[in-house]
Design a protein around this ligand. Structure first.
Ligand code: 6R9
Length: 653
């Protein structure tokens, strides 16, 4: 501890003067209360952070065995009201978003008042198109202001938004539209990336061939591509909101605390992506509270979360958490490398960003380009650096702390998931020294436990096991849309009576948590989750492929890369051209984030006698850890392994 204390607590004294939580004792006092008296604790938070039309009857009612979780039952509120209306009196002229385009010449500030007016107008337009409370709306937009506007407009009228990340394919959009039964899709003609327009509407057109139920498509004219819309079905956003007779203001729909606010699809270890459902009450409270404490938010802060709103990080910390707190954020359309690798730092300097939140993969890719890009800019405004998405390796941590954080800013390594709604394990900047690579302590109300294979809590410090959470928290997902059984079997069956995270972790003797990574078949590529099952189904769609097995391997920039073992149908010959086709096929099916790094042709795969692919062995082969293959005695045909090792592709090249 002392070694860490010396090196990494430079910020502590300063933060303790002004932080919301000053020191370990204050943290522990509040943490204890949150676990011992959850009803009092959470009722106080719900009162403090949110404005309710009607207060709840019960704070918490739950039964993990059937995954029934209810927070603030009987309470009524509206997320859009909490993000906008209640700020108007004091913050109408305050900036909600400094929007920065991909093109350095395009930038615009949006105040809370402006956002309020846009959301109301668009809510009226959605109503005009027949969207009602409970309807699902798919949003497929780039990082432009219409994205938060569309989300909040849905929330305002009680419709449930499901944002699909702009990097996903037509196939992925179609699956999501059909899974959630959306009749309305909101998109743009295109987006900009590194100075070039990227077509989005084209993907929607392709998707809609498989989605006969969609009756309305609303299109933002963002890249001015001159596309034509299908009359009756498709409408320009700007024309729709200009319709004569459309109301300027729309009363927010009073929603039950447990009513769904949104669905967000995320990959799991089996089957197609799951539609994780979050609520108006509990989720909103948890996003707001974690935002304030974890980033130690204060008036005057300029916060920048570099995530895309298409991921949970953007939902919670660009949108809901930020707006409930009345914060001022930067919203960035582009990429860290355009026009050059100093773009992030140019933006930090331009807006005097003081709280910055990004992903280890971005840090690694920028560190690789060297410090000269950093030195060009004045980063003295920065006070706090956050990270999320995957374990951060100590080298990247130190680069971030040293070059970006002047050896002073705390690096707040936040561990959480789409399903948890907000931060779960994280340092708080005024509480204790940070340790490179550790996500420190549980947030208030979070009761983590590390269990062994027998389901018992591990007994010693540093013993690895499965990370589970023993008690409910307001931000947790309530179900998988349309498949509650899957929700139960994925999260509440491995360790009965607990929420199962899918991650392995350990806790050191100082009580700091360290995340090891997924124990299931989920690959974390640049902080984005991809299920091996999805990747494999995309591969076997190719007419020449008989079977495929996909595993992750350590990758210097992406964290994990994708390694595919592919068996061809009899009579089909491997070739570089076929390899290219397979890579393209998976990108087409899932999207460009699913880019396979390595294809190894195989004749057989290691399987158990019951026919299960032994991924554990394939992972070791892919990572070139051949002396760690472990027990291979349960394999049906051991000669398969020798052959795979002989043909393996060297990933270090
Ligand atoms: C917010 C988000 C969740 C999975 C999670 C874990 C990994 C996220 C992490 C981290 C180590 C961190 N993960 N943050 N691992 N340290 N600080 O990323 O949600 O996309 O659902 O991914 O990401 O494996 O289980 P999501």
């Amino acid at each position: 501890m002392t070694e860490f204390k010396k090196a990494y607590d430079a910020h502590l004294e300063e933060f303790q003067k002004n932080a919301h939580i000053k020191g370990m004792e204050a943290y522990q006092r509040l943490y204890r209360e949150s676990l011992e008296s959850p009803d009092t604790f959470w009722a106080r938070q719900a009162d403090h952070y949110l404005t309710w039309y009607k207060k709840w009857d019960t704070v918490l009612d739950y039964d993990f065995s059937e995954a029934r979780i209810q927070w603030f039952g009987g309470g009524r509120l509206n997320a859009s009201f909490n993000c906008l209306d209640r700020h108007l009196e004091t913050r109408e002229e305050a900036v909600a978003y400094y929007w920065e385009g991909d093109d350095t010449a395009r930038a615009q500030a949006y105040t809370y008042g402006e956002l309020y007016r846009r959301v109301n107008r668009f809510a009226a337009a959605l109503r005009h198109k027949g969207v009602k409370k409970g309807d699902r709306v798919i949003i497929y937009l780039p990082m432009i202001i219409e994205l938060p506007v569309a989300m909040l407009a849905c929330a305002r009228i009680g419709a449930v938004h499901s944002v699909v990340f702009g990097g996903f394919s037509a196939e992925a959009i179609a699956n999501r539209i059909n899974d959630c039964g959306a009749k309305v899709v909101i998109t743009a003609d295109g987006g900009f990336r590194s100075g070039k327009p990227v077509a989005l509407k084209k993907n929607v057109d392709e998707a809609l061939k498989k989605c006969p139920a969609v009756k309305t498509v609303i299109v933002v004219n963002h890249v001015d591509s001159g596309i034509f819309l299908t009359p009756g079905l498709e409408h320009w956003w700007h024309e729709l909101i200009a319709l004569p007779g459309l109301a300027d203001e729309v009363e927010p729909e009073p929603m039950d605390a447990e009513d769904p606010l949104f669905i967000l699809y995320t990959s799991g270890s089996t089957g197609k992506p799951k539609g994780v459902v979050h609520t108006h009450g509990g989720y909103l409270l948890y996003a707001a509270m974690t935002m304030e404490y974890v980033f130690d938010l204060h008036p005057g802060d300029i916060f920048w979360c570099t995530a895309d709103i298409g991921w949970i990080t953007g939902h919670s910390y660009i949108l809901y958490g930020a707006l409930v707190n009345g914060a001022t954020s930067v919203m960035f359309e582009g990429v860290p490398s355009y026009p050059d690798f100093d773009r992030f730092w140019a933006i930090v300097e331009k807006y005097r960003v003081n709280k910055f939140y990004t992903a280890p993969t971005a840090i690694r890719s920028l560190a690789r380009e060297g410090e000269a890009h950093v030195k060009k800019h004045d980063l003295s405004s920065l006070m706090l650096l956050g990270t999320v998405g995957e374990p951060i390796n100590p080298e990247a941590w130190r680069w971030y702390h040293h070059h970006i954080g002047r050896d002073w800013c705390p690096v707040i390594d936040t561990w959480w998931q789409t399903e948890t709604g907000g931060h779960m394990l994280t340092p708080l900047p005024g509480v204790a020294p940070v340790k490179p690579g550790s996500c420190a302590f549980p947030f208030f109300g979070i009761d983590p436990v590390i269990i062994d294979d027998a389901g018992e809590p591990v007994k010693h410090p540093d013993e690895e096991g499965l990370l589970c959470i023993r008690k409910p928290w307001p931000g947790m997902a309530r179900t998988v849309f349309g498949d509650h059984e899957r929700f139960i079997s994925t999260y509440f069956s491995q360790a009965p009576g607990m929420y199962f995270t899918g991650d392995a972790a350990r806790k050191d003797e100082d009580g700091y948590f360290w995340i090891i990574g997924r124990i299931d078949d989920v690959i974390n590529v640049s902080g984005h989750r991809l299920g091996t099952a999805e990747l494999e189904s995309a591969l076997v769609l190719h007419p020449h492929v008989a079977e495929a097995a996909v595993v992750g391997f350590p990758h210097a920039i992406k964290g994990q890369g994708i390694y595919a073992f592919v068996i061809l149908k009899t009579g089909r010959e491997p070739s570089d051209a076929l390899k290219k086709e397979l890579v393209a096929q998976v990108r087409r099916e899932i999207g460009p984030i699913a880019t396979i790094d390595v294809v190894q042709w195989a004749e057989g795969l290691p399987k158990t006698r019951s026919g299960k692919i032994m991924r554990r062995i394939l992972k070791k082969i892919a990572a070139n850890k051949l002396d760690e293959l472990g027990d291979t005695s349960t394999i049906a045909d051991e000669s398969v392994i020798e052959k795979l090792i002989k043909d393996k592709v060297d990933v270090s090249k």
